[in-house]
Design a protein around this ligand. Structure first.
Ligand code: PLP
Length: 460
């Protein structure tokens, strides 16, 4: 470990709360990020890396996209902070309108592409600062609109770690210490096994070995039972489970959930914090199933790097949930609708449109999936590739079928050494997660996966 990295490590070990940054004893993990641009990150020692994560899916248009940076800097010089729910600024209003256009207005256009034949609707937004808070705003909206307390959530789900979002988050690792304080309102059902026939695994899909997944028919029965036995106001889910290990359900899943929500007067709440803004090859993942949600949570790629998130709801549900303000907002925060975040988000959306990054993600996604499958082929029957758009994963298991987190961490470290940043995902860190910037080139993808095959064989 060289000096700059060592200094940062020493400071963090002494002054940052334990259990946040993980340090390997050999000093090779983590690297200290110094700057980033486009596909690349440079560390404190000047080493250059290709970022195959977009830093948790945030840098969708590339790190430090110049147009987005300029918009942020311009805004910082003009108005760096306004008064959330009191004295607003114009960009907050403009971003609300843009988000409405991108979601409910687009989705409910006459003869549009969603399965929807009702009146034209629009979206109303609550801005927040993190993904977890956007989920909590959605949970509040659902209970305020329906008068019902309970929620159906899914095994393997990740919705953030605030006390509200922690409840429908499934993994015990995040909850055990706090179980005494977390209110219990989520009922967990299995997440559906994938029906993707191209899943590369010589025996059968790893879904069968996953305690969090079950066949779709069983999942729908579990949902029905929950509706029967509990006071359910909402179903909350990620259309593709991200941190849980990139689980892609059959497209009919959302369609069936929509029907059940209609039948029971409950809200369909989609957490598109990871999947939004082109990640899966559509603006939002629900568009693959052409299914209209009632509320949608967004964050991460919304700004390309500023902590701004939002819950956007169908206008009628939002109005049912929230009374007109009498001067003191029931739900707000100091930095609500931050002007710098709004300026960056408006520019980020403009860049995605101008450069047709959604279509690009869909096109590049086809090659990305093929390349992931080629890697999985090399490690049969212990690896499985799953991908949709530019959201992909490689899951590794041992000869006994157990999750192989050790192998994944070893590979992720070796790839870091080779100059590639990849994230371990899944309940046991046994899944390599890939969410590269939507601007990734074909040659970069080919080089990355060739290196991964070589590195994987070297590690055997
Ligand atoms: C699907 C999903 N929802 C919510 C969150 C929480 O977002 P944040 O970490 O910004 O609170 C995440 C974060 O990874 C996520 O992937």
């Amino acid at each position: 470990m060289r000096n700059a990295t060592q200094h940062t490590r020493q400071l963090l070990e002494r002054f940052e709360s334990r259990n946040i940054t993980y340090f390997e004893n050999d000093g090779n993990w983590p690297i200290v990020w110094q700057r980033a641009k486009g596909m690349h990150v440079w560390d404190a020692e000047g080493e250059k890396y290709v970022d195959l994560t977009s830093a948790f899916g945030v840098a969708a248009t590339g790190h430090a996209r110049p147009e987005v940076v300029r918009a942020g800097v311009r805004q910082m010089k003009t108005l760096m902070h306004a008064m959330g729910d009191v004295h607003p600024h114009a960009l907050k209003a403009e971003l609300c309108q843009e988000l409405s256009r991108l979601t409910f207005e687009r989705w409910t256009r006459r003869n549009g592409f969603m399965k929807y034949s009702g009146a034209k609707r629009w979206g109303k937004t609550i801005f927040c600062n993190s993904g977890s808070e956007a989920v909590e705003a959605a949970l509040k909206t659902a209970t305020a609109a329906t008068g019902r307390k309970e929620v159906i959530a899914f095994r393997g789900a990740y919705h953030g770690l605030g006390y509200g979002a922690l409840n429908p988050t499934h993994r015990d690792h995040f909850k055990t210490l706090f179980n005494k304080q977390i209110t219990q309102f989520a009922h967990f059902v299995h997440f559906p096994e994938t029906d993707d026939p191209s899943i590369r695994n010589s025996s059968e899909s790893f879904s069968r070995l996953n305690p969090n997944t079950a066949p779709l028919a069983q999942v729908l029965e579990e949902v029905q039972t929950c509706f029967k036995n509990h006071d359910i106001g909402a179903i909350l889910l990620e259309p593709v489970q991200a941190r849980g290990g990139n689980h892609i359900p059959p497209p009919t899943f959302l369609v069936e959930l929509r029907k059940l929500c209609n039948q029971h007067g409950a809200l369909l709440v989609l957490d598109e914090i990871y999947t939004g803004f082109g990640r899966t090859g559509k603006w939002f993942a629900c568009e693959h199933a052409r299914t209209l949600p009632d509320l949608i949570c967004i964050g991460k790629a919304l700004t390309g790097g500023f902590p701004l998130s939002a819950c956007i709801g169908r206008d009628d549900w939002m109005d049912k949930a929230w009374p007109i303000s009498n001067g003191a907002a029931i739900h707000t925060s100091t930095f609500l609708g931050h002007p710098v975040g709004c300026a960056m988000a408006l520019e980020q959306i403009r860049v995605i449109k101008e450069h047709q990054l959604i279509a690009r993600a869909a096109k590049q996604g086809r090659l990305f999936k093929r390349l992931l499958e080629e890697v999985a082929d090399q490690f049969q029957p212990y690896a499985e590739a799953r991908a949709i758009g530019l959201m992909g994963a490689l899951e590794f298991r041992t000869p006994k079928g157990e999750t192989d987190g050790a192998k994944v961490f070893n590979l992720v470290c070796r790839m870091l050494d080779e100059g590639y940043i990849i994230l371990p995902e899944g309940d046991h860190g046994h899944v390599m997660g890939f969410t590269p910037p939507l601007i990734i080139s074909e040659s970069t993808m080919r080089r990355a996966f060739k290196t991964l095959i070589r590195t994987g064989h070297a590690a055997e």
